[in-house]
Design a protein around this ligand. Sequence first.
Ligand SMILES: C[S@@+](CC[C@H](N)C(=O)[O-])C[C@H]1O[C@@H](n2cnc3c(N)ncnc32)[C@H](O)[C@@H]1O
Length: 194
Amino acid sequence: MSLMRSIFLRAFGRPRGLLGKVGGMIMARMNADCGEWVTERLEVEPDDRVLEIGFGPGVVIQRLSKLVPAGRVAGVDLSQEMVQQARSRNAAAVQDGRLDLRLGSVEHLPFDADSFDRALAINSMQVWPDAMAGLREIQRVMKPGGRIALGFTRHSGQPRGEVVEKLAVAGFTNASLVETDEWFCALATKPDGA
Ligand SMILES: C[S@@+](CC[C@H](N)C(=O)[O-])C[C@H]1O[C@@H](n2cnc3c(N)ncnc32)[C@H](O)[C@@H]1O
């Protein structure tokens, strides 16, 4: 692996150590607008149960918590540093038990089948070791009819053309892409009976 890629992964991909701490602070500022845009595309209802994978510093989690006053928000991230930053940013909701932020990987989610109405991941799928395994596992924990959004900034490294196809291959239906010059987002539904 090149030195640049290794630095990039430590700062942003799977944040660790000092680089990861700084990377989290940068992402909290740089990705907030994209996070807001993707969250709006997901059309969250006040009583939804929502799951975010790869929540990073927890800025979108903070927004989601406000959007579902009668629901619940959970998140899973592979980085201990990001779990700490997100828990600290959302300390009140974590303490109240309204927010469940866990260390873990998308391929093995610690939730029962058919648990969530909405799921999202922003700037994350491109660094998962096995994107298809991750998408299938997200689908397992989503309720039939539930909606998923995979959002990306232009600089994420994720090719725009691949995301809709990946969702379809993973078994989601009605997959579509919405995009601006800066951001793009693939949306899809978990079919009944899946
Ligand atoms: C580029 S950061 C994006 C963070 C945040 N969503 C944002 O847009 O600012 C990627 C995030 O995905 C997490 N991540 C990477 N691989 C993961 C995996 N296999 N399972 C869960 N999270 C993962 C990283 O720890 C990191 O927090």
